[in-house]
Design a protein. Sequence first.
Length: 167
Amino acid sequence: MQLVVARIGRAHGVLGEATIEVRTDQPEDRFFIGSVLSTEPTSFGPLTITSVRDHNGTLLLGFKGVTDRNQIEKLRNVLLVAEVDIEASSNEDDFHVQQLLECIVSTDAGEVLGPVTDVINLPGQDVLAVDYNGREVLVPFVKAIVPTVDVKNRKIIIVPPIGLLDE
């Protein structure tokens, strides 16, 4: 399955390096010299990584054929895509965003809320965006609130804290 693993940000310096918004838990497995990544939109890729470095906590990448900041600016907001074996996860509590999208969310009392429409990465934890009767409800993706995730059957059970589902 192809998954988005990063988004290209702004240019860094004048030599064609880009800041990278990482969207994977295994950046060391995805971003290494010689790695070839597909892109969305596809017209910008594939891109071959020629340099990898950390700058004050920000990942910087260089790409083959991209030698100045003007070329990087043309790549800004392009998504980097990698082929991932989603069945090879070593932890049963690890999920890819694509596995969670469109799963039907219900409460532990059996009330069907609706599908997951997005997974939002926040500093503290991820949040599930759920379409609940036409409005978006944000559910913290933590074990205490989301004890059951059954991606095979496309079902998620939540224990909503008081006020979570209120308008």
